[in-house]
Write a protein that binds this ligand. Structure first.
Ligand code: IPE
Ligand code: IPE
Ligand code: MG
Length: 259
């Protein structure tokens, strides 16, 4: 971890009154509740998606400020293709708009965009803008922003298994080389630490096919707040809850939320 991360984490920890180790290195968020947020106001669902989109940049910048090394956001699951065509079309428009619009902010803040998910059948415009932003930011050394877009954890594991099988077939690895670190290297999240903290907004207590492998030992935090109402104070609350957790990783000794 570089000094810049360490300084930011120390400052955030002091402000929150927790040890610096209690700032998660990797936060994953299931950004849920856009539709309900809109319905509660008698508005069509897409209003919730628009408002939710505005929150993403705020939370990402806040995570940069507090020295989080990786933030992974669940934006669209492979199962979300079941939704009405108009909603999908609206969401795809939002993604391409934001993927382009966020470039300056990412560069200014040294953030690297990583795509988690399959490209097909995303619309060409989304794939193009995503490639553009991923390429532009690939050498940035600050926070990694993982965007799970057309993502499914089971599919991610299948893709990893296929790549590993190809490498075996080509004689590039042995059966004995297939271990946890080999799988890690073949996931969309290769190179990122596992999430320490998983946040789900809007009260649902389920994973919905998100990061099944990587979340093995993540701390789970659910808030009733709908994603469009989530803000840096809500994130502070999640971190304070995380700081109180005893992470044991199967051991008998309880540790506070530390790596
Ligand atoms: C999350 O909000 C956004 C996406 C899945 C794209 P939802 O659209 O799932 O909102 P609810 O769960 O219906 O309220
Ligand atoms: C999970 O939310 C996917 C995203 C937030 C992108 P869903 O709204 O799709 O999950 P379910 O259907 O409630 O499980
Ligand atoms: Mg939902």
């Amino acid at each position: 971890m570089t000094d810049s991360f360490k300084q930011k984490r120390a400052a955030a920890a002091e402000r929150l009154g927790v040890p610096a180790e209690s700032i998660p290195r990797h936060i994953a968020i299931i950004m849920d509740g856009n539709g309900r947020w809109a319905q509660q106001r008698g508005l069509p669902r897409f209003h919730g998606h628009s408002k939710g989109g505005q929150i993403v940049e705020k939370i990402a910048l806040y995570c940069v400020d507090i020295g989080v090394e990786a933030l992974t956001l669940y934006s669209f699951s492979m199962q979300n293709w079941k939704r009405p065509a108009e909603e999908i079309e609206f969401l795809m428009g939002l993604y391409s708009m934001y993927l382009e619009g966020i470039r300056e902010t990412l560069m200014k803040n040294d953030v690297r965009l990583v795509h988690l998910g399959r490209e097909k059948p995303l619309p060409d415009k989304v794939i193009e803008t995503m490639h553009g932003t991923v390429d532009l930011t690939k050498n940035n050394k600050g926070m990694a922003l993982g965007l799970a877009l057309n993502y499914g954890a089971r599919t991610e594991l299948i893709d990893a298994a296929r790549e590993i099988a190809e490498e075996y077939k080509a004689g590039k690895l042995d059966i004995d080389d297939i271990d946890e670190s080999c799988f890690d290297r073949h996931l969309y999240t290769a190179g990122l630490p596992d999430p320490d903290l998983l946040i789900r907004t809007s009260g649902e207590m389920r994973i919905s096919n998100f990061l099944l492998w990587q979340l093995s030992y993540a701390e789970f935090y659910v808030t009733e707040t709908f994603w469009p109402d989530f803000n840096p104070d809500s994130l502070d609350e999640a971190i304070l809850a995380y700081a109180k957790r005893a992470r044991r990783f199967g051991d008998v000794n309880s540790k506070s939320a530390q790596q």
